[in-house]
Design a binder for this molecule. Structure first.
Ligand code: CP
Ligand code: NVA
Length: 303
């Protein structure tokens, strides 16, 4: 069987994504990692991703080993490639959170086991799987549903749009000039999204949407731009007035960590339309489904 990696949502076909979502909901997790290891390497901070992925590995019978940035020092103590080759000697899967997405591609190029993106500057595909589970849990399916993302066209937005488009949802993204998707991204999104609106108008994006989504204006690694970004994103806060423009029954999602009073108002994040805690829990279920698929159904993960 072919070795598969998961660096971005569109590494999987829509049918394969459906298999992953089905595995995520399986009542008895397959013990595909029994007696095997999973390496979880972090160049950036994490609360949800580390804990949900570690627990997903445990539920599949495996043993997670989390490696902090200072322990292996990618491309400083040794090359990304040699770290990946080393970890593949012991583990059935290598999961990594990195700054440059290219580091994941370099790992995948040499690894003999699947490589999973735990967030890069470009994408956050495991988050997007949890987002899909949350939408399905709320509405029972995806048909005829629209997701509107308001904020920075960042890693989370990119993976969310690809995931939502892959299951047939309509997608709208509102970002200010300078923070919108470029032509290459737009082409990649249009390959998965039959209905895609890219705008600078939050109200236009949210109008009639079933799911409203936002993320931080200042991603990890962008702290030096914080003041400028806060100025540039003025008017993009998701609050109750904006949510009122969405469809009746609409829900609010946020990958977290959240910054109340910046990208999202506390009244909205902590209000009745918020589904952020089921969404956070779904990080574990979706990680379990993805890992089960990668090392089980897809046949990878044999060091
Ligand atoms: N949503 C998410 O990835 O959270 P962490 O950065 O805490 O892992
Ligand atoms: N866009 C954010 C997501 C954090 C989960 C970041 O990259 O920091």
């Amino acid at each position: 069987m072919t070795l598969r990696h998961f660096l971005e949502v569109d590494d999987l076909t829509p049918d394969e994504l459906a298999e992953v979502l089905a595995l995520a909901a399986a009542p008895e997790p397959p013990r595909v990692l029994a007696g095997r290891g999973a390496a979880l390497l972090f160049e950036k901070d994490s609360a949800r991703t580390r804990n949900s992925t570690e627990m997903a590995v445990v539920q599949l019978g495996g043993h997670p080993i989390t490696i902090a940035a200072g322990e292996v020092k990618l491309d400083v103590r040794e090359s990304v490639e040699d770290v990946a080759r080393t970890l593949a000697c012991y583990h059935a899967v290598i999961c990594a959170r990195v700054y440059e997405h290219e580091k994941l591609e370099r790992m995948a190029a040499v690894s003999s086991v699947p490589v999973v993106n735990l967030l890069s500057d470009a994408s956050h595909p495991l988050q997007a799987l949890a987002d899909l589970l949350t939408v399905r849990g709320e509405f029972g399916g995806f048909d005829g549903r629209t997701v509107a993302y308001v904020g920075d066209s960042n890693n989370v937005a990119r993976s969310l749009a690809l995931a939502a488009g892959s299951v047939g949802m309509a997608v709208a993204v509102a970002s200010p000039d300078g923070y919108r998707f470029g032509a290459a991204d737009e082409a990649r999104l249009r390959a998965r999204c039959a209905e895609l609106l890219l705008t600078d108008d939050p109200a236009a994006a949210v109008a009639g949407a079933d799911v409203v989504y936002t993320d931080t204006w200042i991603s990890m690694g962008q702290e030096d731009e914080a003041d400028e970004r806060r100025r540039d994103f003025a008017g993009y806060t998701v609050d109750d007035a904006l949510l009122d423009k969405a469809a009746p029954g609409a829900v609010l999602l946020h990958c977290l960590p959240a910054h109340r009073g910046e990208e999202v108002a506390a009244e909205a994040l902590d209000g009745p339309r918020s589904r952020i805690w089921p969404q956070a829990e779904n990080r574990m279920h979706s990680a379990r489904g993805l890992l089960a698929w990668l090392v089980g159904a897809a046949g990878g993960g044999h060091p």
